[in-house]
Design a protein. Structure first.
Length: 197
């Protein structure tokens, strides 16, 4: 697939709206995460709409709420907006409490179409890879930057693995997320149950 001018426009748009944001607890520009998620999506067969949604998947949650979603719909179309909406777990600032918000997101994700599951899984894989690398470098203090702490974060990743459907997410992508989450549990000294726990 050849990417069109729409993808270039989305790239410029996402750099603009996230330019003052950084990865949690770092000075790494936030856009690095968005680029990584789009790259993972493209590597796992994303359409251009899915790749654009991967770039924009945090725009509503972290850069403008429902007004941003309507701007995305106007600029990039209904399909992109629907995927971004499906990847969003909060529309307001401040965000609702962490645990109920994540429970609601997981429930929504279980029923989500393949495009949403693909982009979401790419997002969570990149986050999990980063957390695993930080866990190796920083040890247990890594959990301090997460609202759910150690136990909540590990619970969330286990639930996500249960929510993604093998007929909607490429096997290689899901396998890599599972391996990363299992390794995260191992380094954290936590059991990784075979069923959701």
């Amino acid at each position: 697939m050849k990417l069109s001018e729409r993808f270039q426009q989305a790239l410029a748009y996402v750099v603009q709206i996230h330019r003052d944001q950084f990865r949690k607890g770092t000075q790494i520009p936030y856009v690095s995460h968005l680029l990584a998620v789009a790259a993972l999506a493209l590597e796992h067969g994303a359409t251009e709409d899915e790749a654009i949604a991967a770039l924009l998947h945090d725009a509503v949650e972290d850069a403008g709420g429902r007004g941003r979603l309507e701007d995305i719909r106007r600029r990039f179309g209904a399909t992109v907006a629907e995927i971004v909406d499906g990847c969003t777990d909060a529309y307001e600032v401040p965000k609702p409490p962490w645990r109920p918000r994540k429970v609601a997101y997981i429930a929504k994700l279980r029923e989500a179409p393949a495009s949403v599951q693909l982009v979401s899984c790419c997002d969570k894989l990149h986050n999990a890879r980063t957390t695993l690398a930080d866990l190796r470098d920083l040890g247990e203090q890594v959990w301090e930057k997460f609202n759910g702490g150690r136990d909540g974060t590990l619970w969330y990743y286990r639930e996500l693995l249960q929510a993604y459907q093998s007929d909607r997410v490429p096997k290689r992508l899901l396998d890599e997320l599972r391996w990363t989450v299992e390794e995260m549990h191992r380094l954290a000294g936590a059991d990784f149950p075979t069923a959701s726990g």
